[in-house]
Write a protein that binds this ligand. Structure first.
Ligand SMILES: C[S@@+](CC[C@H](N)C(=O)[O-])C[C@H]1O[C@@H](n2cnc3c(N)ncnc32)[C@H](O)[C@@H]1O
Length: 279
């Protein structure tokens, strides 16, 4: 089903009118694709979509979740994890505490990846881990730390690359079994993060568009990966500026591998390859 830019505006306006969700500044292409899929899945046309948003709170919440993309994985893009391991985290290793925020954490694999890495670097104990997302359902999964096993076999390869191997020294190999961090039940096709990992992070619902700091603290490191690609240029800049205000001096910001800072906002940060330091 193809919809016009005017239809898209009507839907955006309806979300604004009937909820606190503002999609004005989402990337138009991705938003349009998602709305088209909702129209098909729920067998709606534009007027009935708007009517449902007005009268059906459950539909409103569910459709918001359908619009936001939740794809994630353990140690997604291993290159970033090598940078975190060898460049970013060592910057804070001498501090008494390290505050870390995962903004747009989805089902939590990124959060568990970082905690595993911190543990291997003997930094987990002094780390405070905060994680947020707009979608309460994905946060529920994140809190449970439970994932399908077979479906996620790629995770093992990513884990090996980041935790066991050293890309700067191929002779080095650290044999850390995956089971140190996850209970794996192959018969039930299930893996679950160990409780010492699950009990550590504070997960909270937060809408980055609203720009409220739900953790009431500042951060040494903010990871916001593969979220800004769904925002338009203005909202990307606004969000990067929001992160700037919440970073300690010399704090680091890590974006997704396909995301970068453009325009005047970039002058507030020092670009260090694939991560940024607050000036
Ligand atoms: C593709 S996932 C990225 C997950 C993880 N950071 C990664 O890179 O693997 C994007 C996440 O951003 C969340 N998101 C989208 N819009 C948001 C907003 N306005 N505020 C907070 N989170 C948002 C979605 O719910 C989704 O879970």
């Amino acid at each position: 089903m193809l919809i016009t830019p005017e239809d898209v505006q009507k839907i955006i306006l309806a979300y604004k009118r009937y909820s606190t969700y503002q999609f004005d500044d989402y990337s138009e292409k991705s938003f349009t694709r998602r709305v088209e899929k909702i129209l098909i899945d729920y067998k709606l046309d534009i007027p009935s979509y708007i009517n449902r948003l007005r009268s059906d709170k459950e539909f409103l919440e569910q459709s918001m979740k359908d619009i936001t993309v939740n794809t994630t994985e353990l140690f997604r893009d291993p290159k970033i994890w090598h940078t975190l391991k060898f460049r970013v985290l060592p910057r804070y290793s001498e501090q008494d505490s390290i505050n870390i925020w995962h903004a747009g954490c989805s089902t939590g694999q990124e959060v568990y990846s970082l905690m595993i890495l911190l543990n291997e670097m003997d930094l987990l104990e002094k780390a405070n881990i905060y994680a947020s997302d707009i979608n309460e359902d994905v946060l529920e999964v994140a809190r449970s730390g439970e994932y399908k096993y077979r479906f996620n076999l790629d995770y093992l390869e990513n884990y090996n690359q980041v935790i066991k191997k050293n890309p700067y020294n191929f002779d080095e190999f650290k044999d850390v079994p995956f089971e140190k961090y996850f209970d794996v039940d192959k018969s039930k096709d299930r893996m679950k993060a160990k409780s010492f990992l699950r009990q550590k992070p504070l997960f909270r619902k937060q809408n980055l568009v609203a720009q409220n700091n739900v953790f009431y603290t500042k951060f040494d490191l903010i990871l916001c990966r593969n979220v800004l690609i769904y925002f338009n240029y203005e909202l990307q800049n606004k969000t990067i500026d929001f992160f700037h205000s919440l970073l300690f001096n010399k704090g680091s910001l890590v974006l997704g591998v396909h995301e970068s800072m453009l325009g005047p906002i970039a002058s507030k940060y020092i670009k260090k390859g694939i991560y940024y330091i607050k000036k």
